[in-house]
Design a protein around this ligand. Structure first.
Ligand code: OOG
Ligand code: MG
Length: 258
């Protein structure tokens, strides 16, 4: 037997104190289902502190990410308003354990989505799209985890920065996407690297939520998943991502870390 609430508290406190903890799987046998219950309990704690749900993120939708982290299953995690950082803001790295950043396509939904939609159906529920970056921060030592560990840890969700929202294009399946640090390309790829088409990631998100009796809601943001490997954030760096046809999104990191 595992104590869902106690494990949620451990991970929630690790995030709040920016202090790494040991992987849960080293001491406990946790199923993926139980890991999603721990994840839910963490979000419930955030909501009881006044945070609001703004959407969700998909993870391991690209080969580059799956290979970097050694997890091949699709995962999801929750996004709250406290995680949304303004574009061009200065982000203090002291609030994280060992944050990384990855370039993603963000979408906002105009209507709910549930069941097992096709990629086309999923794309038709999208209102607008934006270039985005996700800041991920595993609460586990050395950024190492099993599938159940990372799911329990809200799939490493920590922050997101979203560029200008704009009308969706007809076909999001092959847009070049680049991550820059101080103008130097760190990683580049294509939206095609996200399950062949980021619309498929949205469809999968609906499907995964349906299995847990939930659905994607109108107005939610969905981060469709890192198109490239993630890069560790460094102090005093101008970080930006560019998505073909959609433009740039940027932020700066603060001058020093603990
Ligand atoms: C888990 C989160 C994966 C993505 O976009 O693939 C993810 C991690 O890499 O720590 O957000
Ligand atoms: Mg991501």
């Amino acid at each position: 037997m595992i104590d869902i609430q106690a494990l949620a508290e451990t991970l929630d406190n690790a995030a709040r104190n920016a202090t790494a903890v040991a992987q849960l799987s080293l001491k406990h046998e946790i199923s993926v289902n139980q890991a999603y219950e721990i994840q839910q309990a963490i979000v419930d704690r955030k909501i009881s502190r006044g945070e609001q749900l703004i959407g969700m993120k998909m993870g391991f939708t690209s080969k580059a990410k799956a290979e970097q982290m050694g997890v091949r299953e699709l995962i999801y995690g929750w996004l709250t308003d406290a995680m949304l950082k303004p574009e061009n803001s200065m982000i203090d790295l002291n609030q994280f354990v060992h944050a990384r950043v990855e370039p993603e396509l963000a979408v906002r939904l105009k209507r709910p989505l549930s069941g097992t939609p096709s990629a086309e159906e999923a794309w038709s529920a999208v209102e607008c799209i934006a270039p985005a970056m996700e800041i991920i921060d595993s609460r586990y030592e050395n950024f190492k985890f099993s599938l159940a560990d990372v799911v329990a840890d809200n799939s490493s969700s920590s922050g997101l920065v979203v560029g200008p929202w704009q009308d969706k294009c007809d076909d999001p399946s092959n847009l070049k996407i680049v991550l820059n640090f101080d103008g130097t390309i760190m990683h580049s790829g294509s939206t095609a690297d996200v399950l062949g088409n980021p619309a498929r990631s949205i469809a999968k998100a609906a499907e995964m939520l349906s299995r847990r009796n939930m659905k994607l809601e109108a107005g939610w943001i969905v981060l469709t998943g890192g198109a490239t490997a993630a890069e560790a954030l460094t102090p005093s760096t101008r970080v930006s991502a560019k998505v073909e046809k959609l433009g740039d999104v940027s932020f700066n990191t603060g001058p020093e870390i603990k």
